[in-house]
Design a protein around this ligand. Structure first.
Ligand code: NAG
Ligand code: NAG
Ligand code: NAG
Ligand code: NAG
Ligand code: NAG
Ligand code: NAG
Length: 345
């Protein structure tokens, strides 16, 4: 999710298409040769952090809200962006929604087929006569749309283990389902941490997007059949928003509004994006940099990043052709079955 900036991403389509190939998949004990598109990792996955979004809260647990959202793991970012600075009205790119923490917009709900299994649902709403938008550190505004944005900021942040010269990968798997509704922009993405609670684009490599980098595990817009991944980086030390670059990958889904599993595989020297086990984009050391540390080739992707799930309504990337009837009818639902963060050791 591009945080700030008006230039549209250049969509280079499928970057290194992987053909059907003979791949060795190694677990600790054995290597299996299989004909498939698989993420080429060797090593054992050790779960570091996860949320399965189970339904229900224990009696008396006031850090569990909206049917099962655990506030030890997640926090809400509320409002239309104005809490984060006058430049961030519309969250930096003209998004039209107000983010709330109301259960109409964000909750854990059971799978119809298995009530013991839960999913996080972010559901946008349409308000034809306007909705009073609460901003934590700024005045109330009026919007026509509501939605939600959950982050692990100040609670959990991740990167590969080891040091820059010798690292073992981090892997994040997210199983999700997006709506095919004009104007919607769901995303699973990451920003650097420790950030600056009053500044969305701040990080260890400087204050202001894009110096600190951004990793977009997947984004989807409108009724598109494809998803994109992205790595944002660059920036000038004296003008963070200049010379921002990105590296877009594209995944064409069999069924975009079905369940798809997206994975990030990230070590100090490469970042790859996959869907349903198949790598569709990969960026390597030497292809990224930041104006915040021009002499460090590993920067900005050598610090911890926190996770974000959100769904915008309107904005520079999806555009402003919004299907109010579908949003109003509750069809703008972004569901996440789980997020699992592993070390590959
Ligand atoms: C929602 O945010 C408001 C304002 O910060 C807060 O008072 C309320 O407790 C929050 N509710 C939930 C469910 O987090
Ligand atoms: C949005 O809400 C305002 C009230 O604040 C209303 O006048 C306007 O017609 C609404 N816009 C749309 C597109 O529904
Ligand atoms: C990086 O880690 C490896 C393996 O633990 C170690 O051998 C090496 O000295 C470390 N390099 C630096 C610069 O710390
Ligand atoms: C945090 O961000 C705000 C807004 O951009 C900025 O004014 C402030 O200097 C930043 N604080 C730190 C410690 O970097
Ligand atoms: C920032 O510095 C670069 C050289 O490092 C210079 O070319 C550019 O004009 C400067 N930009 C601003 C906005 O000061
Ligand atoms: C990404 O590319 C780098 C360099 O070409 C390679 O070493 C790495 O294995 C690739 N990763 C994946 C997951 O394809």
């Amino acid at each position: 999710m591009r945080l700030i900036g008006s230039s549209m991403a250049t969509d280079r389509g499928l970057r290194r298409p992987t053909g059907r190939s003979l791949v060795a998949v190694c677990t600790r004990a054995v290597c299996l040769l299989i004909i498939a598109h698989v993420i080429p990792i060797s090593g054992k996955q050790v779960l570091r952090w996860s949320d399965e979004f189970r339904t229900g809260c224990k009696a008396g647990d006031n850090l569990c809200v909206n049917g099962g959202i655990n506030l030890r793991k997640w926090g809400f970012e509320l409002g239309d962006g104005t809490s984060y600075g006058p430049d961030l009205v519309g969250w930096g790119n003209w998004q039209r929604q107000c983010h709330t923490n109301a259960s109409e917009n964000v909750r854990v709900e059971p799978f119809p087929s298995n009530p013991f299994d839960g999913m996080l649902v972010i559901q946008a709403g349409y308000h034809a006569s306007g909705h009073a938008c609460f901003n934590e550190k700024a005045s109330t505004t009026t919007t026509n749309y509501t939605s939600a944005r959950l982050t692990t900021r100040d609670k959990a942040a991740f990167r590969w283990r080891g040091n820059a010269t010798k690292s073992t990968p981090l892997r994040i798997d997210i199983r999700a389902q997006v709506p095919l509704v004009m104007g919607t922009w769901p995303a699973a993405w990451m920003l650097p941490d420790p950030g600056n609670a009053s500044c969305l684009g701040c990080g260890p490599y400087g204050n202001g997007w894009c110096l600190g980098g951004e990793i977009d595990i997947f984004e989807h817009t409108n009724a598109d059949r494809f998803f994109i991944s992205n790595a944002h980086f660059g920036g000038l030390a004296n003008a963070s928003w200049l010379e921002c670059k990105d590296d877009v990958g594209k995944f064409r889904a069999q069924k975009a509004d079905g369940w798809n599993v997206f994975s990030l595989l990230w070590d100090s020297k490469s970042i790859s994006f996959s869907a349903n086990g198949k790598v569709f984009s990969n960026i390597s050391l030497g292809e990224w940099q930041t104006g915040g540390a021009p002499d460090n080739p590993y920067a900005p992707f050598d610090v911890d990043f926190y996770s974000i799930f959100d769904m915008a309504v309107g904005g520079l990337y999806p555009g402003f052709d919004i299907d109010n009837a579908a949003v109003g009818a509750g069809a703008a639902r972004f569901a996440i079955d789980y997020i699992r963060v592993y070390d590959i050791v």
